[in-house]
Design a protein around this ligand. Structure first.
Ligand SMILES: Cc1cc2nc3c(=O)[nH]c(=O)nc-3n(C[C@H](O)[C@H](O)[C@H](O)COP(=O)(O)OP(=O)(O)OC[C@H]3O[C@@H](n4cnc5c(N)ncnc54)[C@H](O)[C@@H]3O)c2cc1C
Length: 325
């Protein structure tokens, strides 16, 4: 099995590194900061597209296949590392848009299991993970598998010769590999000369502390959601802002997100915001890109997962592994 260089240590890069290492490859993973601290940390961890019929067939295929392995993946990671990614099949209560003709047609075709209640449609099989913990567990696991992880290593460019990729270059080192895989999230376009651009869509989110069990299911309404963690914390998200790599957060946005939750659960009225943050979803001008670079040999792309990178990661990694093996 050949050497493999992975650029980016978010959920996409780490699951790809894991799949390749398990297939017997010698893997090096580079990250410009620390692994798992960008979008994969900032996200909510819902293991499903929010309104699946709004997404391409490819997104839904990658999601469905990933949903099928997530419980096992998290159990395996817990056993291997002692870190619990808190995979919970808590269900998702969709309060709007489930009864449009488009949604009904899509759900009929894909035989999605749901029950209509007075407040909306409950999709009881939809799960969540506590993504910061998932990322910690994934990183610990790939280190055990022998992946060489180099952090604070920003790739400035790829090394190519006669139409083939030889590896990547950081400020102080050249990394040669038989195959290079760009998994650099919202930053991927800076390394790739392709017509489809990948760009950041900022999302702001807040977390509050409520009583464990106060909210049972993920709540989705008007594009916003509440995710109930095991310890009672509630994540409330999120905005969609096309503002480049601007990490600023606005107090008013936090207040609006809290008001969204209080409106649905009035008992949350006097709750304080514990944290408020922003992350950069890797949006793509076409669709998620999982495959070979269109021109350069030995170069692969696993990027552009937009709002669904956590839920599409296992199958995206599996597809890259199949291409390379
Ligand atoms: C508010 C919010 C809520 C979300 N909720 C969900 C959800 O509920 N479910 C879901 O599935 N998805 C969700 N997402 C989307 C999900 O987080 C992303 O799709 C996913 O994390 C993308 O993973 P990634 O590995 O491609 O990117 P990232 O996690 O951003 O990782 C990319 C990595 O590449 C590194 N990198 C970049 N450039 C270089 C370089 N030149 N050299 C070296 N390293 C480099 C970065 O440092 C980073 O660590 C959400 C996102 C946000 C912001």
């Amino acid at each position: 099995m050949s050497d493999c260089l992975i650029i980016g240590g978010g959920v996409i890069g780490i699951t790809t590194a894991r799949a390749m290492a398990m297939a017997g490859a010698k893997v090096t993973l580079l990250d410009q900061r620390a692994c798992g601290k960008e979008s994969s940390w900032a996200g909510g961890g819902i293991i499903s597209p929010l309104y699946p019929w709004l997404y391409s067939d490819l997104v839904n295929e990658l999601s469905r296949a990933s949903q099928g392995v997530y419980a096992h993946l998290c159990a395996e990671l817990f056993e291997n590392t002692g870190i619990d990614p808190e995979y919970i099949r808590c269900g998702l209560l969709m309060m709007d848009k489930y009864n449009t003709p488009e949604a009904q047609q899509w759900m009929g075709k894909h035989s999605l299991d749901f029950q209509v209640h007075d407040k909306g449609a409950l999709f009881k099989d939809i799960a969540q993970v506590r993504n910061p913990r998932l990322l910690k567990a994934l990183k610990a696991d790939i280190l055990k598998l022998g992946v060489q992880v180099v952090e604070q290593a920003k790739v400035n460019g790829l090394m190519t010769e006669k139409g083939a990729t030889l590896g990547a270059i950081t400020e102080n080192k050249k990394y040669y590999a038989d195959n290079t895989i760009v998994c650099s999230g919202a930053w991927s376009s800076s390394l790739l000369d392709i017509k489809d651009t990948i760009y950041p869509i900022k999302g702001q989110m807040i977390v509050i502390k409520a009583k464990a069990g106060a909210v049972k299911h993920i709540i989705l309404d008007q594009g916003r959601y509440i995710i109930p963690r095991k310890d009672g914390r509630l994540l409330i998200g999120s905005t969609m802002e096309n503002v480049g790599f601007d990490r600023s957060i606005q107090t008013q946005v936090g207040a609006d997100l809290l008001a969204f939750a209080v409106n649905r659960f009035p008992q949350l009225k006097n709750t304080n915001i514990e944290h408020h943050w922003a992350g950069f979803r890797p949006a793509s001008s076409v669709d998620v890109i999982v495959g070979k670079h269109p021109q350069l040999a030995n170069l692969y792309i696993n990027a552009g997962h937009f709002r669904n990178g956590l839920n599409m990661a296992p199958e995206s990694a599996n597809r890259i592994k199949k291409l390379l093996c």
